[in-house]
Each structure stands twice: as C-alpha cells, then as structure tokens.
Ligand binder design. Structure first.
Ligand code: COA
Length: 260
C-alpha cells in the first residue's frame, strides 16, 4: 500500500513516521489512522527498525486532534465505534508495540494529537509546543484514551483541570508536570530524538520488548504487573541477547546484541 497521509523514512535502524496533512494541522482522519496502523504493524515485524519516531509535518503542529469534519454528524453508535476503532487501531497499538516509539511533538498536540503522544513510550517536545485536550469545547470528551493516560502521566487533579478547562499548556509546564520527558529548541528536536533512539538501539531489543510489556502490564485491567515482570525477567534468561550481554560484561567488551 502506498501512503497518502504519512511519510516514512528509515535510517540507521530509526524509522521516522511523519503525519503529513499540514494544511489540516495533521488532524487524524480515518485514512491517516488506518495508514498509521499499517505502518506501525509493518515496522514492528521489521527487525531493521529498532526505534520509531512519530512527528508531524511542518513547524506548527504535531497533530491538532481528530479530524472534526469527519465526525461532526455522527450518531451515538457511530461515536462509540469511532472511539473503539481508534483505540484498537492506533492508540493501544502504539502503546503495546514492542518497538520503542518516541513522540517528537513539534507544535500543537491537541485532542487526538496529545492522545497519540501519550500513547508513545517517550515524549520529546519542542519549546513552541502547546498541549491540551479541548474536546469539551466541542461538547464531547477525549475518546482516544485521554481520560485515562493523562491521569496516569500527570495525576488525576491536573488531568481533571486540563480536561474540564480545555486549556492548552506550554511545553515548559508539560515538562514540569511530567507530561513530556524533554523540551528542546524546535531546530534540535530531531537531533534530541535521534540521540535517545541511538542509546536504545545499542541495547538488547529483546530485553526492551520485555520491559515494554512489563511496564504496560501495570496499566492493564486484571493483569498483575509484578507477575508479568517475573515472567518477562525469566524469559530473558533464554535469549541470545542475555548470553551476549552477560558474556560481554565478563569479557570487559561492548555487547553486540543479535536481537534474539
Ligand atoms: N480537525 C479538522 N481540521 C482541523 C483541525 C481538526 N482537529 N484542526 C485544525 N484544522 C484545520 C482548520 O479547519 C483549518 O482548515 P482550513 O484552512 O481548511 O479552514 C486548518 O486546519 C488550519 O487551522 P486554523 O484553525 O486555521 O489554524 P489556527 O492557527 O488559527 O488555529 C488551532 C490552530 C490548533 C488552535 C485550531 O486549528 C484548533 O483549535 N483546532 C482544533 C483543535 C481541537 O479541538 N482538537 C480536538 C479535536 S477532537
């Protein structure tokens, strides 16, 4: 499939997926969500891709939300289906993918845009970024995981305030609140994400996949995160990466992980 709304570039084991609807501030319409789903599931199967960076086209927006023009006339059933489909195809997909995903937030991250960033494993924002969940201004609530993931990241009180006021917060406040990991000047955003990706790439991809599953387990209903950690920890002992990592340490050399 050729993509119409996203751009994909892979270099040195880092795949950058750019949402490319700049004239609509990269708003997430159905086709873009479908394309992102396909790109992410394809990347996860590609052993050459060790880190994924998701960003938005242009200098103004990461993603300004779900595409309002697509759902303005939806019924109750259609609204519910829109949310469920988005959760499954994109937001849960990003959270649970075992290839690390970094959000490079290069401007407005609003509604579904912030929800997409919050699904990613790591968030880096440029200093011009503005983040918020403005859905109540439209008479709706965040429907792509925002009510859950924002509270997980910034705490219930701040999440309630952001959602109820619909206010946008600055990159600096997002950093203070723990919503993003780093804030950098816009022209160094790509470099900062590549720097983090470079550190991840040098480590065991098998262990990193286990770590993602274990950390996510704490946020999954009915799953005991400690039990998942014990299981994933044990499984590492059967991997080639573990043998290489421990052998390299004992031989006082740098590990060269096979990723198996
Ligand atoms: N869905 C659909 N189109 C969107 C969009 C969205 N979420 N966000 C922006 N756009 C479109 C605008 O309609 C406009 O298209 P047009 O030129 O064909 O009219 C274009 O993107 C540029 O946006 P504009 O509003 O003119 O830019 P701005 O600089 O004046 O304002 C924002 C920027 C982000 C403050 C403003 O676009 C906005 O509030 N967007 C909606 C945010 C939102 O509510 N998101 C949650 C959706 S659930």
């Amino acid at each position: 499939m050729s993509y119409q709304n996203i751009l994909i570039a892979t270099e040195a084991n880092i795949q950058t997926i750019t949402i490319n609807r700049p004239d609509k501030l990269n708003a997430l319409n159905k086709q873009t969500i479908d394309e992102l789903h396909l790109a992410l599931t394809t990347a996860e199967k590609n052993a050459e891709v060790k880190v994924i960076i998701i960003t938005g086209s242009g200098q103004k927006a990461f993603v300004a939300g779900a595409d309002i023009s697509e759902f303005a006339n939806f019924s109750v059933e259609q609204g519910k289906a829109l949310s469920a489909d988005g959760h499954k195809k994109l937001f849960d997909c990003v959270q649970n993918i075992t290839t690390p995903v970094i959000a490079a937030i290069n401007g407005f991250a609003l509604g579904g845009g912030l929800e997409l960033a919050m699904s990613c494993h790591i968030r880096v924002a440029s200093d011009n970024a503005k983040m918020g969940l403005p859905e109540v201004s439209l008479g709706v609530i965040p429907g792509y995981g925002g009510t859950q993931r924002l509270a997980q990241l910034v705490g219930k009180g701040k999440a309630m305030e952001m959602i109820m006021t619909a206010d946008m917060i600055s990159a600096t406040d997002a950093l203070t609140w723990g919503l993003v990991n780093h804030v950098v000047a816009q022209d160094t955003l790509v470099a900062k994400c590549n720097e983090i990706a470079g550190k991840i790439i040098s480590k065991s991809s098998v262990a990193i996949a286990s770590a993602i599953r274990a950390v996510n387990a704490n946020y999954t209903d009915g799953v005991n995160g400690f039990a998942v950690e014990i299981d994933e920890f044990g499984k590492c002992f059967g991997t080639e990466d573990f043998k290489e990592g421990t052998t390299a340490f004992l031989e006082k050399r740098k590990a060269n992980f096979p990723g198996k």
